[in-house]
Design a protein around this ligand. Structure first.
Ligand code: THU
Length: 121
């Protein structure tokens, strides 16, 4: 389903299409694709678009995110997406695949330890 989401990517500046599928503990699935902007800085990654779709539907109990792109190596979520995903599940499982079938499987807390420590405390 991440691949289906990738087909909707709006990536006219980088031509780098990304799809994401976010699974909840109640077995709901939400999709996201990257949405680029001419300002570059306003570009939204597929992962955060999927989070928005889920929250809009009342879901935030995420257990896994699948990501797919046509890259040499599996894409790792950017720092902003790591922080946004950690808001809901700091140990989220991340499965990232390339179109050629290379897959990486890891946990968000490996990529972003202590995402909230000390903030607003
Ligand atoms: N991108 C994502 O959507 N997710 C990632 O994990 C990495 C990068 C997008 C943002 C931009 O549209 C393009 O890929 C190149 O950075």
């Amino acid at each position: 389903m991440a691949l289906v989401a990738r087909n909707a990517a709006y990536a006219r500046y980088s031509d780098f299409k990304v799809g994401a599928a976010l699974l909840t503990k109640r077995d709901k699935l939400y999709l996201g694709c990257n949405v680029e902007n001419i300002s570059f800085g306003l570009t939204m990654c597929a992962e955060r678009v999927a989070v928005g779709a889920a929250l809009t539907d009342g879901s935030d109990d995420f257990c896994l995110i699948a990501i797919i792109a046509d890259s040499k190596e599996p894409v790792m979520p950017c720092g902003a997406c790591r922080q946004v995903l950690a808001e809901f599940n700091p140990s989220l499982r991340i499965v990232s695949s390339t179109l050629r079938g290379q897959t990486a499987d890891f946990r968000l807390d490996e990529l972003l330890p202590h995402p909230t420590q000390g903030i607003l405390g």
